[in-house]
Design a protein around this ligand. Structure first.
Ligand code: G1P
Ligand code: ZN
Length: 557
């Protein structure tokens, strides 16, 4: 018999899961009972099981960041006490976010707890995160995260099993009280899934035929290192020099594990200096991706459009299941809409955050989707999937190179020739004063309410309409309000302003600009140059400098 201790506790303020779970500084999670409170709140809020987590099977994974080991032990103590029947845990707690989504689905688990703050830096002075995913393998919807938050606000008592420390380093099954813990290789199931989706032989023969085609994958010291190594080196037989930073580290080697031109600078530099044809990176927990090539950067908005364009011809999974519909988050450029229109497919515009795609996928109405924030994925799981996107690009390269020689830049230019180009950029202003950021957004939404923006002319641009984006989920009828200020101009250009839901400190303002062109002379242009006039309009309309005191963004993508 395991002894269950009852410990008095008090609610902590702000245990409200954001866009992707609860993300805070490690020091916050280290406060006495803070993590215990939140884990118990999750377990009590689990929707499927009556009366909380009793009898549940939960998948536990994460990116192995600093403090994961301690939290794994907390999960064991809380789970035993709540009557969870089984935990399926990756060795050392390591399972990428997409791989965890797959395991939840494949093993028909009740849900899963992911220990990650995604692309946020790790280490004692940085971030930790805890996120709950439901039985479909996707991030918990607002109904569940709200419930977790409600429980966290009233929690008074913790129930903790008095059990010895569990060793998560060895694969196998063990028993802790009435609960079973199965420790698995977090990579194997994922690689099997990728083999079902993609034609590995086609990719292998592409590399075999094009011996001088070089690729470089950057694991950014995050969770995808072992996955990338298994795929590119062991499966495709590429040299070890085809991967870099592929050992997961608790602090990501001191880096910021976010695959963009700023933080994956080492990869960009290596690709440029070594004449590499195809470069790719993934973030801390493996759901984001960046694709670059020789003199080429593929914006995530273009990436999802291009993958959708080639899907049925280049990827067996879509040959078999078809492409049922496409979707993007609201700030993502409209490039993928153009593909949907051409292919005669349904397409959706959803709020920021992957959870909104899940309902569409579960209803069979969306096969491929993406976000401008380096998120691309499909209905094979219910999370975005960094390595899936890399394999999709390798499949496209293998496909187009059957009849001609095409690199990443050629694929981009070919796409623009067919569809035109949606120039797109995002400016991030990190850690600005929360109140001032709120005030800035409120001022704009006030102007929208009073209908002061439509018809206004600024520079060469005239505002056609402006709104505070609201989404009516076509599947469950739920409405999500205040999802970002959207200003649309008469030429189709757009400015979007919203506050981040994933930051852990202060507020982050995100400013997105998009401008469409079907003038072939413009296609090779640098996006920043083409977008400058629109950015100036955005800064003027929002009075961003006045509100935030910032002259320059922290990151431009
Ligand atoms: C950011 C991205 C969003 C993504 C989320 C989780 O959220 O903008 O597209 O789904 O991270 O990776 P935000 O901080 O903007 O709320
Ligand atoms: Zn991530």
């Amino acid at each position: 018999m395991v002894n269950i201790q009852t410990v008095a506790t008090q609610p902590f303020e702000g245990q409200k899961p954001g866009t992707s779970g609860l993300r805070k500084r490690v020091k916050i999670f280290q406060q006495k009972n803070y993590t215990e409170n939140f884990i118990q709140s999750i377990l009590e809020a689990i929707p499927e099981a009556d009366g909380g987590a009793k009898g549940a099977t939960l998948v536990i994974g994460g990116d192995g960041r600093y403090y994961s080991d301690e939290v794994l032990q907390v999960i064991v103590k809380c789970s035993v006490a709540q009557g969870v029947s089984k935990l399926i845990v990756g060795r050392n707690g390591i399972v990428s976010t997409p791989a965890a989504s797959n395991i939840i689905r494949k093993r028909k688990a009740t849900g899963g707890i992911l220990l990650t703050a995604s692309h946020n830096p790790g280490g004692p002075d940085n971030d930790f995160g805890i996120k709950y995913n439901c039985s479909n393998g996707g991030p918990a919807p607002e109904s569940v995260t709200n419930k977790i938050y409600e429980v966290s606000k009233t929690i008074k008592e913790l129930k903790l099993a008095d059990v010895p420390k569990v060793d998560f380093s060895k694969i196998g099954t063990q028993q802790v009280g009435d609960m079973t813990i199965e420790i698995i290789d977090g990579v194997a199931d994922y690689v099997d899934l990728m083999k079902e989706i993609f034609d590995f032989d086609a990719i292998k023969s592409f590399f075999a035929k094009n011996k001088d085609f070089k690729m470089l994958f950057d694991g950014m010291n995050g969770v995808t290192g072992p996955y990338g190594y298994r795929l590119f080196v062991e499966e495709f037989g590429l040299p070890e020099s085809s991967v870099m930073r592929c050992t997961p580290q608790p602090d990501f080697g001191g880096g910021h594990p976010d695959p963009n031109l700023t933080y994956a600078h080492d990869l960009v530099e290596a690709v440029n200096s070594q004449g590499i044809d195809f470069g790719a990176a993934s973030d801390g927990d493996g759901d984001r991706n960046m694709i670059i090539g020789k003199n080429a950067f593929v914006t995530p908005s273009d990436s999802v459009a291009i993958i959708a364009h080639y899907a049925k011809d280049a990827i067996p999974y879509f040959k078999k299941h078809g492409v049922n519909g496409l979707a993007r988050s609201m700030p993502t450029s409209q490039a993928v809409d153009l593909v949907a229109k051409k292919l005669g497919l349904e397409h959706f515009e959803v709020p920021t955050g992957w959870k909104f795609f899940g309902n569409l996928m579960d209803a069979g109405r969306c096969s491929i989707c993406g976000e401008e924030s380096f998120g691309t994925g499909s209905d094979h799981i219910r999370e975005k999937d960094g390595l899936w996107a890399v394999l999709a690009w390798l499949s496209i390269l293998a496909h187009v190179n059957k009849d001609k020689t095409m690199g990443v830049q050629d694929i981009l230019q070919e796409h623009y020739k067919i569809y035109g180009r949606n120039f797109f950029s995002r400016y991030d202003y990190e850690e600005v004063d929360g109140q001032r950021a709120d005030d800035m957004v409120k001022r704009l939404s006030h102007q929208i309410e009073k209908n002061e923006l439509a018809g206004k002319k600024i520079g060469d641009f005239t505002i056609d309409k402006a709104d505070d984006f609201e989404y009516l989920d076509p599947i469950d009828g739920s409405v999500s309000k205040h999802q970002g200020i959207r200003i649309i101009f008469t030429d189709g250009s757009r400015i979007i302003i919203r506050l981040s839901g994933t930051g852990s400190q202060g507020a982050t303002v995100r400013l997105y600009v998009e401008k469409y062109s079907n003038d072939a002379a413009e296609y090779p242009k640098d996006a920043q140059v083409g977008l400058k006039p629109l950015i100036d309009v955005a800064l003027e309309l929002s009075e961003l400098e006045k509100f935030t005191g910032r002259k320059e963004p922290t990151v431009i993508t």
